[in-house]
Design a protein around this ligand. Structure first.
Ligand SMILES: Nc1ncnc2c1ncn2[C@@H]1O[C@H](COP(=O)(O)OP(=O)(O)OP(=O)(O)O)[C@@H](O)[C@H]1O
Ligand SMILES: [Mg+2]
Length: 206
């Protein structure tokens, strides 16, 4: 499944900073094996992991993952591996690059909108006055950041309409309607200065 055969790793070879991080390391794992690598700081643990997942080259030896050589078949080997790094360097870099280009990750767009609306109260008021009708699809799936955006966008005269689905027999549906009503009233409470009530309209057929 995973075979590490006599691998070596030397950083800055041939320079005054030369550092042998791994010397003749071998390991063989079969299906279902569970292994923990233990060692002091600088012992080479991360270097072994990075070599296996192919984000760092090795200076000698060979590593195969499910029969794929990580050096000569890197794509095939990587499709067999999951990796949780100790530092999210790629994510940080992605965020920096997006910022440089003036772009947003789709998920960050709501977060950024909430940040702006919370810091610029005047802008928030202008928008909440402009959007008199707010339509919200699948209210039951609203997550906390979407909910926060909704409460920021809705002003005291706003009309918030949402669609929620219910399933099951009549008893279950009635219980669900009750839960939706409570959720709607809680939403009205969370909209500043709102005197909104909740009206529920059932729709059983398409
Ligand atoms: N990119 C690099 N350039 C130069 N030297 C490095 C590099 N990465 C690691 N080293 C050196 O290789 C040796 C092994 O480092 P490694 O990060 O694998 O240790 P570790 O066992 O993961 O330690 P820690 O417990 O601190 O995470 C250390 O001496 C380290 O300074
Ligand atoms: Mg480490």
């Amino acid at each position: 499944m995973l075979e590490i055969k006599n691998i070596h790793k030397t950083f800055f070879k041939g320079t005054i900073n030369e550092k042998q991080a791994l010397i003749d390391v071998s390991l063989k794992l079969e299906d279902g094996d569970f292994v923990t690598v233990i060692g002091g700081n600088g012992a080479g643990k991360s270097t072994i992991i990075k070599s296996i997942v192919g984000i760092q080259t090795i200076s000698g030896g060979a590593i195969t993952v499910c029969g794929y050589d990580v050096q000569t078949q890197p794509v095939e080997a990587k499709t067999q591996i999951g990796f949780v790094p100790d530092h999210y360097a790629l994510y940080e870099k992605l965020k920096q690059d997006l910022k440089k280009e003036g772009l947003f990750d789709f998920d960050d767009m709501i977060q950024e909108a909430v940040r702006i609306l919370k810091t610029d109260k005047g802008f928030c008021l202008t928008l909440s006055e402009r959007y008199q009708f707010i339509m919200l699809d699948e209210f039951q799936d609203t997550n906390s950041i979407q909910y926060e955006l909704l409460t920021l966008l809705a002003g005291k005269d706003s009309h918030v309409h949402f669609v929620n689905y219910t399933t099951g027999d009549i008893t279950r549906r009635l219980a669900e309607y009750k839960a939706i009503e409570e959720k709607a009233l809680a939403l009205a409470d969370d909209i500043p200065e709102s005197d909104v009530g909740a009206t529920l309209v059932g729709c059983d057929q398409g």
